[in-house]
Design a protein around this ligand. Structure first.
Ligand code: 13P
Length: 251
């Protein structure tokens, strides 16, 4: 390693929140980040797209980054209900989550589409947070590493580098369930992801690999000290300022 990359603690609000909620939560986190001098951590908030404006206003110049939860592959066009990566950039985003397992399941998104979305994000100067992860059946069948690596190879754009890509390993069975893999299981997957990133990206040892799935204040320190875990993608616990801040403090 050329030195560990700065940890990224990202909150995926999913379909939660309101204008008032967004201003309160983002404002509280921004105040803490500003008071803390940023520390050694980068914080990212990914609210529903409609709340990006409120979150952007609330985080101000605190250094807290904002991101989208999905983008379309096209630059613009007749795609009712969709959002282009350039629109997210215009709204102040620096990142966009692509290929979350909920989008893969709810909207039938496959690796090829996720890769195209990540390419569209990079073209708009956003950093895609590319999500991959196995189901419980796949883990029980002993194919978790194989599945995750296949998703990784299929979803990461060619020519990606440490500054243009983040990968998030989120086992589907750990999302919203309170269950997490053992540290050894997380390490096995993250090491395998690192090996592939080193081969297929530029400065692959600097690409941040986040763990996601039931990250809470109580388990964050243990998870975040595993080698090749460079941050967390947090769902439920990112909706409470105290919990999300505690997780960031663990990094
Ligand atoms: P939870 O932290 O609620 O398990 O959600 C994880 C997740 O899906 C983040 O993208």
């Amino acid at each position: 390693m050329t030195g560990s990359p700065k940890p990224l603690i990202a909150g995926n609000w999913k379909m939660h929140g309101s204008e008032v909620f967004a201003a309160d939560l983002a404002g509280s986190l921004a105040d803490r980040m500003a008071g803390h001098g940023g520390g050694g951590v980068e914080m990212l908030l990914c609210p529903p797209a409609l709340l990006l404006g409120s979150v952007r206003a609330a985080v101000g110049a605190s250094g807290v980054a904002i991101g989208g939860q999905d983008c379309h592959v096209a630059e613009q066009g007749a795609h009712t209900g969709d959002i282009a990566a350039a629109m997210l950039a215009d709204a102040g985003c620096g990142y966009v989550i692509v290929g979350h397992s909920e989008r893969r399941a709810d909207h039938g998104e496959d690796d090829a589409l996720v890769q195209s979305k990540a390419e569209a994000a990079q073209a708009a100067k956003l950093v895609p947070v590319v999500c991959i992860g196995e189901t419980l059946d796949q883990r029980d069948a002993g194919t978790a590493v194989e599945v995750v690596i296949s998703q990784l190879r299929g979803s990461v754009p060619e020519g990606s580098s440490a500054s243009t890509l983040v990968v998030a390993y989120e086992p589907v069975w750990a999302i919203g369930t309170g269950r997490t893999p053992t540290p050894a299981d997380i390490a096995e997957i993250h090491d395998a992801i690192r090996d592939v990133l080193t081969a297929i990206t530029t400065q692959g040892d600097g690409v941040r690999i986040l763990y996601g799935g039931s990250v809470k204040p109580i388990n964050a320190a243990e998870i975040l000290t595993i080698e090749n875990v460079n941050g967390a993608l947090v769902g439920g616990a990112s909706l409470k300022a105290d919990d999300f801040w505690a997780i960031a403090q663990s990094a």
